[in-house]
Design a protein around this ligand. Structure first.
Ligand code: NDP
Length: 419
């Protein structure tokens, strides 16, 4: 028996909600709330008669703590699943604390307005002290640790695939495969083709910000930052084949460096095709990725928001995307005094996802872990009060749920390593 409030009704939320409704014994009642209520109503109408989960819908502006509190107080959920945008993380956490309810999300906080002087002051200090310049980092949400702990509430951060499952893979490797982990390489390969010259697989604004930023990795206790896309490697991915991949900054490196302190190096690579990179570079060069508003014909517009309006909606890519994703982690380290290597990953087929839930694999590989993470919290498996990332919890029941609900793991004890 549970009541869950889902905030957001985009590509990822659509998958998570459909998967929750396949498990009505865990997700007894769901309220789908978002900025555009018609999207919530359309999904609720589609699910009517196909699930015994009792679904209601609501309109909410998740930038307003007041509106969120009013909704939470009237619905009284056991858990709030934040599947809106990273911009809303802090307001939703505030509202959860005020209303004494557990919280989870799929991406760490970043501000919508990166020109905000108050935020910029903190950001510039962090860049100097920490040595990486991505707009997102965990410090804003980790600042809530004591308040959640004191309230006896749990906040689970970043429970998608990466971040999310990749950290569960690290916890699993640490628990079952290694006494000491020396290096972690997280490899995110999308071998799918949607037939467009340029489109992003999830929210274009968040995606393009992430990819156009400088890359960075963790080595010997500190960050090493590099120009965007300046470290390239080739890798032969199981069931996908040879792909070019590039080193990016990624949020889970930050928490893994704290939670597995013996690790000497953590890197994150993502595959990109040449067409994507050429388009992105061109758009960046002409200023279309900028988040700073400009005046155009008397109106103020934000270039990246305008670009988002022109690009295909990620939710529309499902029917046209063919191929597979392969996401996982390669480890080196030692067990019982012997050096060893280990690779754990998932392969997911875009068309299979589309057949099951009407979406492509990127939303699927994020929405299914969000549902499984919520299930861990609702069934009493992940309940430590405080603000936690996925690797802090027991990976076994979570990976068992992923095996069962659509994202089974594959393993290799003799993987090719990334130079
Ligand atoms: P979408 O843009 O498709 O959906 C976002 C949803 O949030 C929309 O329904 C939108 O409403 C709603 N929303 C936005 N602002 C507000 C607001 N102020 N109040 C209420 N609702 C709001 O994004 P995705 O589904 O692609 O991504 C969802 C999240 O998942 C993001 O945080 C993203 O970073 C994360 N993600 C995580 C991954 C992982 O592996 N961990 C991978 C991919 C994504 P409206 O319809 O009105 O626009």
């Amino acid at each position: 028996m549970s009541r869950v409030l889902v905030i957001g009704c985009g590509g990822v939320a659509n998958v998570a909600i459909r998967k929750c409704c396949m498990l009505p014994e865990v997700f007894t009642e769901l309220c789908i709330a978002s900025r555009t209520k018609s999207k919530c109503d359309a999904l609720a109408a589609e699910l009517k008669g196909k699930t015994t989960t009792k679904i209601t819908t609501a309109q909410v502006n998740a930038d307003s703590v007041e509106e969120l509190c009013a909704l939470i107080q009237s619905y009284k959920p056991d858990l709030v699943m934040n599947i809106a945008l990273p911009y809303q993380d802090l307001t939703i956490m505030e509202a959860c604390l005020a209303c004494k309810v557990n919280y989870m999300d799929t991406a760490n906080y970043e501000p919508e307005d990166t020109d905000d002087p108050e935020w910029r002051k903190v950001y510039e200090k962090r860049c100097k002290e920490q040595g990486f310049s991505a707009y997102f980092d965990y410090s804003w949400q980790w600042a809530y640790r004591k308040r959640f702990e004191k309230a006896g509430l749990t906040a689970l951060l970043g429970c998608g695939f990466d971040p999310g499952v990749t950290q569960a893979y690290c916890a699993y490797a640490k628990k079952h495969e290694f006494d000491e982990i020396d290096t972690i390489d997280i490899l995110d390969c999308n071998g799918g083709d949607h037939g467009y010259a340029f489109a992003t697989n999830f929210n274009p604004e968040v995606n393009l910000r992430e990819v156009s930023a400088p890359g960075s990795y963790w080595e010997d206790g500190h960050w090493v930052e590099i120009p965007a896309m300046s470290i390239k490697r080739e890798y032969n991915f199981d069931q996908v084949g040879d792909k070019d991949m590039y080193l990016l900054h990624h949020e889970e490196i930050e928490s893994l460096a704290q939670n597995i302190p013996e690790v000497k190096r953590i890197r994150f690579f993502m595959t990109f095709g040449q067409s994507y990179l050429t388009h992105m570079k061109c758009l960046e060069n002409v200023g279309m990725l900028s988040t700073t508003p400009i005046k155009f014909e008397g109106k103020e517009i934000v270039p990246i928001k305008f670009l988002k309006a022109l690009l295909p909606d990620p939710a529309s890519l499902g029917p046209r995307t063919h191929g597979k994703t392969n996401i996982g982690c390669i480890f080196t380290g030692s067990k019982d005094g012997k050096e060893k290597t280990y690779y754990i990953y998932n392969v997911c087929d875009h068309q299979e996802c589309y057949k099951e839930v009407g979406s492509q694999a990127i939303s699927y590989t994020t929405g299914v872990p969000a549902m499984c993470g919520a299930m861990m919290m609702l069934t009493g498996k992940w309940t430590t009060p405080g603000v936690h990332t996925v690797e802090e919890f027991d990976p076994d029941p979570f990976l068992a749920a992923l095996d069962q609900y659509g994202l089974p793991k594959s393993e290799s004890h003799d993987p090719a390593l990334v130079p």
